[in-house]
Design a protein around this ligand. Structure first.
Ligand code: ADP
Ligand code: MG
Ligand code: ZN
Length: 466
């Protein structure tokens, strides 16, 4: 087997390793009554090392490993796919403990209600066979673990995710700055680099690219060096290669400088407004690394579980949510605000609606509920709305007024703290992700310390060597 280095996915490796350990060494688990995990699904954007990780596990697990790919089944005649699955599961059972790996499971495991491809029957039979076999293994406690990988866990049939099937999910994210550095190291390990080449600088601006893009980058840089008849790869070769690679980047998530700056200010806006609210949760993390459906994240961590919220806390939450949009408006002007805030705007709208129609928190509308906790949809479904035209108008006006008041307070707060907002956006563009230490320094007007994770040297996880 070839050496496989999977870098920057430590968390996923740890999660998967635990499951593999179960196979090797089931006694301590079963002694405590723990069941053998049945199915583990690796999910994440394309090119982030899911297949690579599964292969590395195959080399490392020390148990037989069977691999099938969902895309193989798509072309098959009805019944063939199901027979393949049955066959694979039977073989795996014979030599158990063992692992079955189903790559690109979305090709077969697509939700049955969605889409009507040509091979629907085929897909459905294959899917049913997988489910039946997994249930059977569960009942008999057969030590076979089914590992699967997908780029699209959002379209998978709910039946797959049910308890006793793929009930463990391991997320693989796009690599952060440090992860990107590790991955490019892996892919340049056997290439002659000019002495003193700083790989961290090479990947610094490449927020949003995948591991596959980085492998590609290393290769392109080598080709460019050959073309100019160099004997080592130099920084400029990487620069030229970057343009080529990012233009063809499959992830589609590669962010342009402009978008990145906008996102940095957007997230800084949330963080600063949240930070400055009294009795608000601690801001623990801000990042401009794209996640599923989000351009960045700002994370607040409550000290304890909340059972209810005060009116002041709700308004603080709304302002925090407006912080992103307000920051965008401050730096780019009202014409350049973006749809990046659409989730925020939706959350704010639903909170304001609840304040007025459900929680009795509006002074002018009063302590009355005009909608159930299911929102006003319920009201629309009955013949007559449970309030008069006049009340409806009053509620609309109150919603407008509150929203405008809270938004302008948010904007003022950011304008008053403009230098902190600039400092935080700058830190985000430099490090991509910042945590409590940096956030507090910025808010106290100090120079933010370099993040610890950024300084500490970390070696790639080498799962297998030839
Ligand atoms: P996925 O299955 O998630 O779509 P792959 O595992 O097929 O992605 O990755 C494609 C290629 O990209 C790998 O063969 C490897 O060269 C490179 N790659 C992706 N992720 C990593 C990583 N985390 N570490 C090292 N190389 C990676
Ligand atoms: Mg793959
Ligand atoms: Zn936002």
């Amino acid at each position: 087997m070839l050496p496989v280095d999977v870098a920057g996915v430590e968390e996923a490796v740890v999660d998967v390793a635990e499951v593999v350990d179960f196979l090797h060494n089931p006694d301590p688990y079963t002694a405590l009554g723990a069941k053998i995990p049945r199915g583990v699904i690796l999910t994440g954007p394309p090119g982030c090392g899911k297949t690579l990780l599964a292969r590395a596990i195959a080399g490392e697990a020390g148990v037989p490993f069977f691999q099938v790919s969902g895309s193989e089944f798509v072309e098959m005649y009805v019944g063939v796919g199901a027979a393949r699955v049955r066959d694979t599961f039977e073989q795996a059972q014979k030599v158990a403990p063992s692992i079955i790996f189903i790559d690109e499971i979305d090709a077969i495991g697509r939700s049955r209600s969605s889409g009507h491809g040509n091979n629907n029957d085929e897909r459905e039979q294959t899917l049913n066979e997988i489910l039946t076999k997994m249930d059977g293994f569960g009942e008999m406690n057969v030590p076979v673990i089914v590992l699967a990988a997908t780029n699209r866990d959002d379209i998978l049939d709910a039946a797959l995710m049910r308890a006793g099937r793929f009930d463990r999910k391991v997320n693989i994210h796009l690599p952060d700055l440090k992860g990107r550095e590790q991955i490019i190291k892996v892919h340049t390990a056997k290439k002659p680099l000019e002495e003193g080449t700083n790989l961290l600088e090479v990947v610094r601006g490449m927020t949003g690219v995948s591991g596959a893009d980085l492998a590609n980058l290393a290769n392109e840089a080598a080709l460019i060096a050959v073309r100019r008849k160099g004997d080592t790869i130099v920084a400029n070769d990487f620069e030229l290669a970057k343009d080529k690679v990012t233009m063809g980047a499959k992830s589609g998530l590669k962010m342009k400088e402009h978008d990145k700056r906008n996102t940095a200010y957007h997230e800084a806006g949330h963080a600063i407004v949240g930070y400055l609210q009294e009795n608000f949760d601690q801001c623990t993390k801000v990042s401009i690394l794209p996640r599923a459906n989000a351009l960045g994240i700002t994370q607040f961590t409550p000290e304890e579980d909340k059972v209810s919220m005060t009116k002041a806390q709700i308004f603080s939450t709304i302002k925090m949510a407006y912080g992103g949009r307000a920051a965008e408006e401050i730096i780019g002007g009202a014409d350049n605000i973006t749809t990046g805030a659409s989730n925020d705007i939706q959350r704010i709208t639903s909170m304001l609606t609840s304040c007025i129609m459900q929680w009795g928190l509006s002074d002018s509308v009063g302590q009355l509920a005009y909608a159930s906790e299911y929102g006003d949809h319920l009201a629309h479904s009955v013949q007559r709305l449970p309030y008069s035209e006049k009340t409806a108008q009053m509620m609309d006006e109150e919603k407008q007024a509150l929203s405008q008041k809270l938004y302008s307070e948010t904007k003022k707060l950011l304008l008053d703290n403009r230098s902190k907002m600039d400092a935080m956006a700058h830190a985000l563009l430099k490090w991509e992700t910042i945590e409590v230490e940096q956030i507090e320094a910025i808010m106290e007007g100090r120079e933010p310390p370099t993040p610890k994770w950024f300084i500490e040297p970390t070696a790639p996880v080498v799962l297998s060597k030839e």
